[in-house]
Design a binder for this molecule. Structure first.
Ligand code: ADP
Ligand code: MG
Length: 319
């Protein structure tokens, strides 16, 4: 019901960037090759995420807004091996309880697109190519107390951009664009991972870094480890991914930091993008509503793999 949805919304949606993250997750789950994010007022007035994915059949548009409506897992045991970004069926329901949400979508088989007005429930034919546009307007309009906690538009915009950057680093094969107030803020075309790292984080992220590529049992660690230059080193250039999902995790951060301390003996901020691939049965992604935290079944094994991966990369002779 409404109250439960609003409580869930509090856990999922903290600020506009949380909405951006959930909507881009959905676009990627739908197989999008191009994702366009449009924002007004740092996302508070409008967040629109447009994709060219498979779309939502018109008779399922209403269902997609219901709590625990997910097309992605059929049983509890599927949770063991979640391959998609979403799986809880919470995001759209939660967002639509705290904002005006409209869905515009077309599947390949449909003669036209359909638009669902989330407020009135009205469904009417509309125009667009195959794919989905989700529009979220006036975030927290019904909860002024929450809205009051938002920062300036510039700060909220920066968080939204960061959310898209995290996705962009995970999926170099997908093109991304971000617009704010009708102006193009950033645009990344589909590329190789190295090119995407350079496009998003700057050329030094590739020029002044070493490749990480390490395999141990059920774990593979790839990516780039930067050679920190005291003048350039930035803590916001630490990205870690587990099975394609951006995570903030103490085990990974600590492992990477230890490797930098061992090899470079400096105390400067390490700079890296690390991609951990692990048997999905060895990691639980269902520990936090925003899925930004994970729990490893054997965190020592992961710590060792990441530490060795980064140590080997940093210690290898460079050309
Ligand atoms: P979840 O992603 O956890 O399944 P959501 O609330 O985020 O839950 O989305 C609910 C459902 O709506 C999804 O399972 C999917 O079927 C559908 N959906 C949402 N966004 C899109 C999209 N951009 N393209 C296709 N289907 C979508
Ligand atoms: Mg989702």
């Amino acid at each position: 019901d409404e109250l439960v949805s609003q409580i869930a919304a509090g856990e999922v949606v903290e600020r506009p960037a949380s909405v951006v993250r959930e909507l881009v997750d959905n676009a990627l789950d739908a197989g999008a090759t191009q994702v366009t994010v449009r924002l007004l007022a740092g996302g508070v007035r409008l967040i629109s995420v447009e994709d060219d994915g498979v779309g939502i059949p018109h008779d399922e548009l209403g269902v997609a807004l219901k709590r625990h409506a997910t097309s992605k897992i059929a049983s509890l045991s599927d949770l063991e091996s979640v391959g998609t970004m979403g799986f809880r069926g919470e995001a759209l329901a939660a967002i639509s309880s705290i904002a005006e949400l409209n869905l515009l979508s077309r599947t390949a088989g449909q003669a036209s697109a359909f638009m669902l007005d989330g407020r009135t429930g009205e469904l009417r034919p509309a125009a667009r190519a195959t794919g989905t546009t989700v529009e979220v307007k006036e975030l927290f309009f019904a909860t002024p107390a929450r809205r009051k906690f938002l920062k300036t538009d510039a700060t909220e915009l920066a968080h939204c951009i960061e959310a898209v950057r995290r996705h962009a680093l995970a999926r170099p094969d997908v093109g991304f664009a971000i617009w704010h107030e009708g102006k193009l803020v950033d645009q990344w075309r589909a590329a190789t991972r190295e090119q995407r790292l350079a496009d998003v984080l700057g050329p030094e992220m590739v020029d002044e870094s070493v490749a990480v590529d390490y395999h141990a049992g059920p774990i593979r660690v790839t990516g780039r480890a930067g050679i920190p230059d005291a003048s350039r080193s930035r803590s916001d250039h630490q990205f870690s991914y587990v099975n394609g999902r951006y995570v903030r995790d103490k085990v990974l951060t600590h492992a990477a930091r230890s490797a930098y301390e061992d090899v470079l003996h400096g105390n400067r901020q390490p700079v890296y993008a690390l991609y951990v691939e692990i048997d999905p049965a060895r990691v639980d992604v269902n520990v936090h509503p925003t899925k930004i935290e994970v729990r490893f079944r054997d965190s020592r094994e992961v710590h060792q793999a990441v530490r060795h991966a980064v140590e080997n990369a940093l210690a290898a002779p460079r050309a």
